[in-house]
Design a protein. Structure first.
Length: 133
């Protein structure tokens, strides 16, 4: 016969199933991988948002990436992307330029230093993904 629970002993609920269970599993997996990446990338002096931004710039294979296009291609909010780009610019990894034809548009360009940092950090990033996924 089981004893009734007391205030000190919280009752355990069954793990959710179906779509809610899948959603929570996805959130947990994302958190584990993101935390592992943040920790590993910090050794290189770069955050996950900054690395993801560099990677998008490398993948685009273009000299100038319109900030509005970059915003649509990355999981970051527009304000988080602006902060990440500002940090990358401060560290000399990207440059920002105004569009000559449209003064509202801003282009982001990967610098040589940015490409070097990306190439240095890439093996660490992939090793963490391989380990966690």
């Amino acid at each position: 016969m089981s004893k009734p629970s007391t205030i000190d002993e919280p009752q355990r609920k069954a793990a959710p199933t179906g779509v809610l269970g899948e959603w929570r599993d996805l959130l947990e997996r994302h958190a584990v991988v993101s935390c592992a990446l943040e920790k590993a990338l910090a050794v290189h002096g770069i955050g996950l948002s900054e690395f993801e931004t560099l990677e998008r710039l490398v993948d685009a294979q273009c000299g100038n990436y319109r900030m509005s296009d970059l915003s649509g291609d990355i999981y970051l909010s527009q304000s988080a992307l602006s902060r990440a780009v500002a940090r990358l610019e401060r560290d000399g990894l990207v440059s920002r330029n105004m569009c000559a034809d449209d003064r509202r548009a801003v282009f982001v360009c990967l610098t040589d230093k940015g490409r070097e940092v990306y190439e240095t950090v890439l093996p660490t990033h992939r090793e963490v993904l391989d380990r966690c996924l």
